[in-house]
Design a protein around this ligand. Structure first.
Ligand SMILES: NC(=O)c1ccc[n+]([C@@H]2O[C@H](COP(=O)([O-])OP(=O)(O)OC[C@H]3O[C@@H](n4cnc5c(N)ncnc54)[C@H](O)[C@@H]3O)[C@@H](O)[C@H]2O)c1
Length: 254
């Protein structure tokens, strides 16, 4: 499919995981990809692989965000798609009883304030163009409670979801669609390592997933490519769950 032919797409956190899989998918579909990541080695590698442009930026710093969209526009002449995806889930963000204010703030800055900066600074380009598609990465934990808490992470993703809804409604008549993708747990090296160490903890999570396994990053990327493309032309302000059925389940198959 070439649904994104010649669209200019800025992807944050494109050096790894969901962002990297989406950079690959967007490029396959014909997009010009701007790879944004704090990690210079991973970012450069990803950009080389997809024939894109690497921009080093910290998405929690406003000047960096302004610069990355400006660079994309200078290089390619438009900014058609913004996949605001970079995020962190550090171990010091845990139960509310033990999570300190510094850990709370760090996660809010990287996961939520960054999406505010990205939307704030990409929407003016899209308004001038009279079109654009924004996809923000939230999470299934924005719609469900977890007893294995990461309190600031969950709150940040709830904020991303609410902000997405509001922006989707506000800019709908200007040709700008704003949606949130809510991935379920994705099979990442970090997750695999954790579960190799603690099979009981893995089982405790897997039992809630009707499909019976974690997502592959490519499966999230496929949903993002759909939301970014004109195939989703009547979808805006949506929370798009790609969670293997977790958020709809009561009793799951064994
Ligand atoms: N992996 C999951 O199970 C899962 C589930 C739901 C939601 N998510 C969300 O999906 C998004 C991507 O997660 P992932 O699993 O692919 O993560 P990942 O750690 O594999 O990749 C994240 C990338 O973002 C970059 N990054 C981190 N902080 C940055 C910053 N301040 N500025 C620029 N780049 C920065 C990192 O260098 C890394 O390359 C995150 O928002 C995460 O919260 C992940």
């Amino acid at each position: 499919m070439q649904r994104l032919q010649d669209r200019v797409a800025v992807i944050t956190g494109a050096g790894s995981g969901i962002g990297l899989a989406t950079a690959r998918r967007f490029a396959q579909e014909g997009a010009k990809v701007v790879v944004v990541d704090l990690d210079e080695v991973a970012g450069t590698k990803a950009a080389d692989e997809v024939g894109g442009l690497y921009v080093k930026a910290d998405v929690s710093v406003e000047d960096d965000v302004v610069r990355m969209f400006q660079t994309a526009h200078d290089a390619f002449g438009s900014v058609d798609i913004a996949f605001n995806n970079a995020g962190i889930s550090p171990p010091e963000d845990d139960s509310i009883l033990t999570t300190g204010i510094d850990a709370w703030r760090k996660v809010q800055e990287v996961n939520l304030t960054s999406v505010y900066y990205c939307c704030k600074h990409v929407i003016p380009y899209m308004r001038r163009q009279g079109k654009g598609s924004i996809v923000n990465t939230a999470s299934f934990v924005a719609v469900m409670g977890s007893a294995t808490s990461q309190i600031s992470y969950t709150a940040s993703k709830g904020g991303v979801l609410a902000m997405t809804r509001e922006l989707g409604v506000q800019f709908a008549r200007e040709g700008i669609r704003v949606n949130a993708v809510c991935p379920g747990p994705v099979d990442t090296p970090l997750l695999r390592e954790l579960f190799a160490k603690d099979p009981e903890r893995a089982q405790r999570r897997l039992v809630h997933i009707p499909i019976g396994r974690f997502a592959r990053a490519e499966e999230i990327a496929a949903a993002v490519a759909f939301l970014a493309s004109d195939d989703a032309s009547f979808i805006t302000a949506a929370e798009f769950l790609v969670d293997g059925g977790i958020s709809s389940a009561y009793v799951t198959p064994l």
